[in-house]
Design a protein around this ligand. Structure first.
Ligand code: GLU
Length: 483
């Protein structure tokens, strides 16, 4: 048997939704499980009002970032108009379609209080000819049941009476989603249609179209297997909202998620590898993935969990890899790619690459995303300190003991050996003399030097910052506290 032929078929109408990224990934898994599996990208760009070229670029670059390489495509539906016209002509010739000149208002008026959704079939037997305002509708069977054999959900039955005579081509001639999609799936010999659950209700219509085309074109193209992936939900267990939830894959790249971590997390949305481990190498994910094992209950898109996982991936990088991966956030001037709207808080001249190489191991242990690095290391590269006012007031401004401590530290640090361990010892001693535990004694120093109360390990940071700059900052903070 030939390997599976799968496709990812996004519509370029917005940011690359994490749900789309998961669909792309699961398709790609199925293709990559077989030596002769084929993964196709088809851009469904027939909705000219909502499509934008920049969204196509977003899809391509996000897939590239995630490493989802293609075997065929990208194809574009806008190039396939002739094939769609062939489908319409065949279906029309085969008696599967009829012309309809009803407006939405006409239908609403006729239906009155009858809330049955969809078209009421008014034109089905009117025998209208094509006219400037006639759409083409598909005559769905009035009786019987259409069963969608879904690899994830089992057999899903749809009573044909509930499926209205849907439009396949508008009066303008434009072919709508269901038929365009089926035409391409047939021509591309797609073996598995793997997509989000929101398309489950399209499946019976598409199966009807598929079989009608087989009949009208005297072909025998095998129906694909269907797999509708579970909905992604937020913390409130509501469907992820494009407006309210952070759903743009691009934004995760900009925040500094590693593609390996993002892929690993996406794989867990509705599926899990064998065993207890959730951090699993890509090759294992590919090998173990089975559509049949995907759950049909909604999957919680848990950003906190994903951030945690990303932190684990970051910590597993070698120091060299960490330097390379973090470069776009700290030194965008020398990087081929840079994150959108995320300038570091320093200039190209202020950035010191050699110093960053020494600082990097201190932050690699502490960040969940690469985008957190600039705020943590900014005090190394900017000339002055930008203070978190609350932190400053608490540790220095409103605390006479904090001020005394800084004054003593200026003295002691002037001739202490400039090494982390010696600075550590000196701070313990200064604290003891003032009756302060180390944690309390560190706070004013940290705030004076870095501007905040959280950050990389203090004494290693002071060693790297150097005596002159440290003393200057301690004095500046003291001066500031007495203003
Ligand atoms: N263009 C559709 C979408 O983006 C694809 C549906 C399908 O995969 O069949 O939702």
């Amino acid at each position: 048997m030939a390997g599976p032929r799968v496709r990812f078929a996004p519509s370029p109408t917005g940011y690359f939704h994490v749900g789309s990224a998961r669909s792309a990934l699961f398709n790609w898994f199925v293709a990559r499980q077989h030596d002769d599996g084929v993964f196709i990208l088809r851009i469904e760009d027939t909705d000219t009002e909502r499509n934008r070229e920049e969204w196509v670029d977003g899809i391509l670059s996000a897939m590239d970032w995630l490493g989802l390489d293609l075997d065929e495509g990208p194809f574009r539906q806008s190039d396939n108009q002739a094939q769609y016209a062939t489908s319409v002509a065949a279906l029309n010739g085969g008696g599967y379609l009829y012309y309809c000149d009803c407006t939405g208002d006409d239908v609403a008026k006729r239906k009155g209080d009858n809330k049955t959704p969809g078209y009421d079939g008014f034109c089905r037997d009117r025998g209208l000819d094509q006219g400037p305002l006639t759409a083409l509708r598909f005559k769905t069977p009035r009786e019987g049941v259409t069963t969608v054999p879904d690899l994830i959900r089992g057999d899903v039955e749809f009573a044909n009476a509930t499926i209205d005579d849907f439009v396949v081509a508008k009066s303008s001639g434009a072919v709508l989603y269901a038929l365009a999609n089926v035409t391409d799936d047939r021509n591309d010999r797609i073996s598995h249609v793997i997509r989000g659950e929101e398309h489950l209700s399209n499946a019976p219509k598409q199966m009807m179209l598929w079989e009608a085309l087989n009949d009208a074109l005297h072909e025998d193209v095998a129906l694909p297997a269907y797999a509708h992936l579970p909905l992604l939900v937020n913390e409130q267990r509501k469907k992820l909202s494009k407006r309210k939830d952070p759903v743009a894959t691009e934004s995760y790249r900009d925040q500094g998620y590693l593609p390996e971590a993002f892929v690993n997390y996406l794989a867990l949305l509705g599926w899990s590898p064998r065993g207890d481990e959730e951090i699993v190498p890509l090759a294992t994910l590919i090998e173990q993935f089975r559509l049949e094992d995907v759950s049909h209950s909604p999957a919680f898109f848990d950003v906190k969990k994903m951030a945690h996982m990303n932190g684990e991936y970051i910590r597993s990088l070698t120091p060299e890899e960490f330097l390379a991966q973090s470069a776009p956030w700290v030194n965008p001037w020398s990087s081929a790619w840079r994150p959108t709207d995320r300038e570091p808080g320093w200039s190209e001249d202020q950035f010191d690459e050699a110093l960053y190489a020494k600082v990097a191991p201190l932050v690699q242990e502490r960040v969940a995303t690469l985008g957190e690095i600039p705020a943590m290391v900014g005090f190394f590269f900017s000339d002055g300190v930008s203070y978190d006012e609350t932190a400053f007031a608490k540790s220095v401004g409103n605390d006479p003991l904090g001020q005394t401590l800084l004054a003593v530290a200026v003295e002691r640090f002037s001739d202490v050996d400039w090494r982390a361990d010696a600075l550590h010892e000196a701070t313990i001693e200064i604290g003891e003399a003032l009756g302060l535990a180390l944690r309390k004694a560190q706070a004013p120093i940290r705030c004076a030097v870095t501007g905040t109360l959280v950050g990389p390990p203090l004494f290693e940071s002071l060693e790297l910052l150097g005596r002159e700059r440290t003393l200057q900052r301690l004095r500046d903070a003291l001066a500031r506290s007495s203003q």
